[in-house]
Design a protein around this ligand. Structure first.
Ligand code: NAP
Length: 285
């Protein structure tokens, strides 16, 4: 009898757009790993997610990534969770450990790993995070952890359309709040601008912001990756500002899952990026 391939997947609703199966396939092909990583369509709601998780664990899955709209329920349904998942209040990675489910959030680490090289020359950095959802919370968690790692101190403010959510991100991760309507006028006081809203994503309204006041050495990051070059990044490049697109975070968050469940090494390199850029281009994103 042949050995059973190691199996994992990604749960979402919808899920056909997910780039995670392609990312894991790229890594598995490189080391000829006998693995399967499936897109899994699970309807919204904790009950449906719970049923799916029981079935997948029983079927021998090593774990599953979780995307919208299940990230909060994923944390609630787990038996134990990492500090990042608990702090962010959402999980994107569930590992099946015998009869238990362990929840983790690798979005935060993914963002930190992607942005760290850009901070190398900064002594202190002040970031403006736009957003108040799970992604903004993951970014805020990451920024809090970046102090002392190459850059001596990172502080941040958060601005979100719904001010109460910005206030809760600021309170939970030690930042300040900025009124959403002041996001352009206040840019002179920031070294890093991060879009962690869904604005600018295909099918969503654009992010309206005027970058004129950002200092000339500022960094502009957008965690939206479809389209890859958002209007925000285009405007930043027109001003010759350093930029970071959403693929860095996406590739780095996937690496932890691949190594935990499927294979030995998950290099985030130019070849992987090229495969993802090709897939996005084929979709017209
Ligand atoms: P979410 O919880 O639904 O939050 C959406 C955010 O966008 C909220 O801050 C929301 O503001 C804001 N927003 C939506 N429509 C708006 C509008 N018309 N005007 C102003 N603000 C608006 O989603 P999420 O999980 O945080 O994800 C946000 C984005 O990050 C998505 O595009 C997702 O694909 C991306 N993401 C990327 C990665 C990666 O690896 N690159 C990882 C995770 C997420 P309100 O609070 O006021 O509604």
């Amino acid at each position: 009898m042949t050995a059973r391939p190691r199996t994992a997947g990604v749960i979402g609703w919808p899920i056909s757009h997910s780039l995670s199966p392609l990312i894991h396939r790229c890594w598995a092909d490189r080391e000829s790993a006998d693995v399967v990583y499936l897109p899994l369509l699970v309807e919204p709601g904790a009950e449906a997610l719970s049923r799916a998780l029981s079935g997948l664990a029983a079927a021998g899955f090593a774990g599953v990534n979780v995307t919208l709209p299940h990230k909060e329920d994923a944390l609630r349904l787990a038996d134990a969770a990492s500090e990042s998942a608990r702090s962010v209040g959402a999980a994107n990675m569930l590992t099946f450990e015998r009869a238990r489910i362990f929840a983790d959030n690798s979005d935060a680490e993914g963002f930190a790993t992607a942005i760290r090289p850009l901070l190398a020359n900064l002594k202190e950095a002040r970031a403006l995070v736009l957003g108040g959802g799970g992604a903004a919370r993951a970014v805020a968690f990451a920024l809090r952890g970046l102090s002392g790692q190459g850059v001596s101190k990172v502080s941040f403010a958060v601005a979100n359309r719904t001010g109460a959510k910005a206030a809760s991100v600021a309170r939970d991760f030690g930042g300040e709040t900025l009124a959403w309507d002041l996001r352009s006028d206040a840019l002179g006081g920031f070294d890093i601008l991060i879009n962690a809203t869904s604005l600018g994503m295909k099918g969503m309204p654009p992010l309206e912001i005027d970058l004129r006041r950002l200092p000339a050495n500022a960094i502009v990051a957008d965690i939206v990756y479809s389209p890859l070059e958002t209007a925000l990044l285009k405007a930043a490049r027109a001003r010759s500002l350093a930029t970071l697109d959403g693929l860095g975070m996406l590739m780095h968050q996937a690496a932890r899952a691949y190594v935990a469940w499927l294979g030995r090494s998950a290099p985030v390199d130019a070849a992987l990026r090229a495969a993802l850029e090709k897939a996005l281009a084929e979709r017209g994103a």
